[in-house]
Design a protein around this ligand. Structure first.
Ligand code: PMP
Length: 472
């Protein structure tokens, strides 16, 4: 048996007669967050935060803002990786959750039904094409992908799954098998057999695979999250047509692009698509409760759940849970009433315009791209040449972008991220409630930070590179 370890706060885990007081506990120990995270959860992550200067004591959040313990306000251009579309700590989602708790709902009866799950399913189906008629709830995006692979294989009685290079669909083993980012997959094999990738945007390569008539599913993000790669014109429509021709299920992953992110409720609406399966997750519960769903055609569902003996062929204890369902209903209502889809579309136009201005001002900006509030700025060595840029990129491709998000955070208080491993791309994925002023804040901050990154003095470059190498 493991010996009891002495910890400075061992009393925290001892049984106590006193009532549990969460507020007091957080207030007393909040300062320790990074240190305790390092000790108990992930020391390497804590190292990364410290190295890039992102370690802050976070105190509270509201809408598109975060506050640190010193009362400084930060603009959240990361949106919890796209889970806070309706804004952090949205009061109306919170009220729905409190109400759900106060109603003493039956919760998951398991051998019984309650009304919130089918209500959320109904609300989702009312907002998607007629081809989609059933919803299977999960607790995360990756579980919705796992369900798509598993159900898609059973429904078609085929094994092969085709996905796109650089696609991201989650990190559990099934989803990893269709993940097109080698930096995530390389150490974890063997992965699922019969999962292959084709270049994103290449219809000929896709047809070469589908023509064999043994592909169960073609799985694709309408806009790739890693790098914010937009599909070439005609690609997604062509892919859907090929899928229909060769009886392959067309699965459009809306985990990141869904629920207003790209200026439509679902990104597939931009191209008038009618997929057979649509995984969603992230912001469906307003960022409060784990949630996910696979929205699918009746044909897929009925091929798998084809008799009473198979009524429970797939599922998970906590999905659907009442809190996620209540938050989901409130979130869809919020997106409608606050007109967040329209807002995303309008602010997306502003982002593209500001990108144009930044590209005109800074030679190092190679491209700006996006749709709605999913936006990226990509850097490359200026045509006139830059020794600083070359020196930085020689150490690690994409490192220049790190040098931009540094001052963006520390000097301009904007939280953002590089869009993927080895990519000189900064990605912006804010809550859809950001304001016009916030977008101007981003423009001024990027303008200054891009200029600073290019002027990086030699000594500082060496120092920074040394420390960044530590976690690369
Ligand atoms: N698909 C896409 C397109 C995603 O962006 C993500 C998460 N970033 C996932 C699937 C996996 O979702 P989750 O993190 O909830 O498992």
């Amino acid at each position: 048996m493991k010996a009891m370890r002495e910890t400075s706060n061992a009393s925290e885990s001892k049984p106590s007669e006193e009532a549990f007081n969460l507020g007091a506990l957080v207030a007393r120990r909040r300062k320790e967050a990074t240190e305790l995270w390092a000790k108990t959860i992930n020391p390497q992550f804590a190292r990364v935060l410290r190295t890039i200067g992102f370690d802050r004591e976070w105190a509270r959040a509201e809408g598109a803002y975060l506050w640190d313990a010193d009362g400084n306000r930060y603009l959240d251009m990361l949106g919890g990786f796209g889970m806070f579309n309706v804004g952090r700590n949205n009061p109306r989602i919170r009220a729905a959750l409190i109400e759900a708790l106060e109603l003493d709902l039956p919760g998951s009866v398991q051998m019984g039904t309650t009304v919130l799950p089918p209500l959320l399913a109904e609300a989702l189906l009312a907002r998607t094409p007629a081809r989609l008629e059933r919803v299977l709830f999960t607790s995360s995006g990756t579980e919705a992908i796992e369900a798509a692979i598993k159900l898609g294989r059973a429904a078609t009685k085929r094994a092969r799954v085709i996905s796109a290079e650089h696609g991201f669909h989650g990190l559990t083993l099934g989803s990893l098998s269709v993940n097109g980012c080698p930096e995530f997959t390389s150490r974890f094999g063997p992965l699922l057999p019969d999962c292959e990738r084709v270049p994103f945007g290449d219809l000929e390569a896709l047809e070469r695979e589908l023509r064999r008539e043994d592909v169960a599913i073609f799985l694709v993000e309408p806009i790739q999250g890693k790098g914010v790669n937009l599909p070439p014109p005609g690609y997604l429509e062509g892919a859907q047509e090929l899928c229909r021709r060769y009886d392959t299920l067309f699965c459009v992953d809306e985990v990141q692009t869904g629920l207003g992110r790209t200026g439509k409720l679902f990104a597939f609406e931009h191209w008038g698509l009618e997929p057979d399966m649509v995984p969603v997750a992230k912001s469906l519960s307003g960022g409060y409760v784990p949630v996910g769903a696979l929205i699918m055609s009746k044909a897929v569902h009925e091929a798998v759940f084809d008799g009473m003996e198979n009524a429970l062929s797939h599922g998970s204890t906590f999905a659907p849970n009442e809190l996620a369902m209540a938050a989901g209903l409130a979130t869809l209502h919020e997106i409608d009433t606050q007109k967040l889809v329209e807002r995303s579309e309008r602010l997306g136009e502003m982002l593209l315009e500001l990108g144009g201005r930044l590209a005109a001002r800074h030679e190092v900006v190679k491209e700006v791209r996006g749709r709605g509030l999913m936006w990226a700025i990509e850097f490359a060595e200026p045509p006139s040449g830059s020794r600083t840029y070359r020196a930085i990129e020689r150490i690690q491709p994409g490192l220049f972008a790190q040098f931009v998000i540094g001052p963006l955070f520390s000097e301009h208080r904007i939280l953002s991220q590089v869009a993927g491993h080895s990519m000189a791309v900064i990605k912006v994925l804010p809550p859809l409630v950001v304001s016009d002023e916030d977008i101007s804040w981003l423009e001024d901050a990027l303008d200054d930070s891009i200029a600073k990154a290019q002027r990086l003095p030699r000594s500082l470059t060496r120092l920074a590179l040394g420390s960044l190498r530590a976690f690369s």
